[in-house]
Design a protein around this ligand. Structure first.
Ligand code: NAG
Ligand code: NAG
Length: 366
């Protein structure tokens, strides 16, 4: 944000002394070619350090220069004496970007298009847990990753009859009361930086209230494959073995609800392991995971609307290397069975197809 031409270090701080009282000549050289011309001196006899090119915190968070002082106009003159000093300039990130709702889609590595969220709830019920949304929980981060200010969430429009509540710090949306009739709510949700409160973003969260109660929930896959590195700590989401950049998601389908919109009335849990739990549709560790092995868990979905349940199996590969996505030609990854009980994978003959998910990804960290 600093304007080109600004004096960054005054000459008084960069002046050399000379016991003969000679007029001193200064030269600045960048220690790396791409930062060579970012700063310059105000004059050959006046070593004030000025900004000569716009700063880019992401590309050059710090720069080094060599400042040379000489008591002759040219190095050829004799006698000529020199002294040098190293300058290190640290760039302080400016608050330039508003919060981004994730997962956001980068257009050019700098501008990220916000996520909008869709969810559905049954009518005549107050769900006790936070609502689930497509493409993921309502969540925003400071667009200036280097500042990463905390975010405050609020619903600024569309919350007819104050049906919904939003967690100020989490963004989790819960229900305060039941919705009597089928209807769609379009909430405008704001994410505001806690310090630079002028930096905020608004996105849309649409929530459909649906009156069906005919269909039980079902998992579209008999087996979900996840991955974690050995020694992963507690409260970490199991990654999707087919796309390790993403969290594994178990999404049961419910024909009472529109396709592609998660039914927030579905509650998920892991039935037979205390080492894992579910948070919404993701599987989290409760504890540090052990050495390389393959674990099998049973996940259950409970439909609060119909009081029906369905189960599926989650395979968790604990291994160092990221599993490679199964390409059309590659053979299926071998399913080693290990540990007690010699479990075998319950994959059926036909490969279940994954429901298509969003093509958006969160920005890669850093
Ligand atoms: C609630 O918020 C936390 C923090 O943002 C998030 O990790 C979690 O997934 C949210 N839960 C749901 C069900 O959306
Ligand atoms: C949990 O259930 C899954 C699926 O039925 C099964 O494969 C696995 O062996 C069970 N794990 C334990 C620890 O009982």
């Amino acid at each position: 944000n600093t304007n080109v031409g600004t004096t960054v270090v005054p000459s008084t701080e960069l002046t050399a002394t000379d016991q003969d009282g000679d007029l001193l000549f200064y030269a600045l050289s960048g220690l790396s070619p791409d930062t060579e011309r970012v700063f310059s001196l105000a004059g050959v006899n006046f070593p004030a350090l000025q900004l000569a090119q716009p700063l880019d915190y992401e590309k050059q968070p710090s720069m080094e220069y060599l400042l040379l002082a000489r008591d002759t106009a040219t190095p050829e003159e004799r006698p000529s004496h020199t002294a040098t000093a190293t300058l290190t300039i640290h760039v302080v990130p400016a608050d330039m970007r508003p919060p981004w709702f994730l997962p956001c889609a980068f257009t050019d590595g700098r501008i990220c298009i916000h996520a909008q969220y869709r969810g559905a709830v049954p009518t005549k019920q107050v769900l006790s847990s936070p609502l689930t949304f497509e493409p993921g929980p309502v969540y925003a981060v400071d667009g200036d990753a280097a500042i990463n200010e905390a975010i405050t969430y609020s619903i600024i429009q569309g919350n007819t009859d104050d049906i919904f509540l939003i967690g100020k710090d989490t963004g989790n949306i819960t229900m305060a009361k039941a919705i009597p009739e089928p209807k769609t709510f379009t909430l405008l949700v704001q994410a505001q930086q806690q310090v630079h409160t002028g930096s905020y973003s608004v996105t849309q969260v649409s929530i459909q209230a649906v009156a069906g109660q005919l269909y039980p929930p079902r998992f579209p896959q008999a087996l979900y494959r996840g991955w974690l590195a050995p020694g992963t700590g507690a409260n970490v989401a199991v990654r999707d073995a087919e796309d390790p950049d993403r969290e594994l998601r178990l999404r049961a389908e419910d024909d009472d609800f529109p396709a592609g919109v998660p039914n927030s009335g579905l509650q998920y849990r892991i039935t037979n392991s205390s080492a894992f739990r579910m948070s919404g549709e993701t599987v989290l560790t409760n504890d540090t995971v052990g050495p390389p092995q393959v674990l099998y868990l049973e996940a259950e979905v409970f439909d609060t609307l119909t009081s029906e349940r369905a189960t599926t199996t989650v395979e968790v590969l604990i291994q160092d290397t990221k599993p490679s996505p199964p390409g059309p030609t590659s053979s299926a990854p071998s399913k080693t069975t290990q540990g007690s009980g010699a479990q075998t994978s319950p994959t059926s003959g036909s490969t279940p197809t994954r429901p298509t998910q969003d093509s958006l990804r969160p920005p890669s960290p850093g």
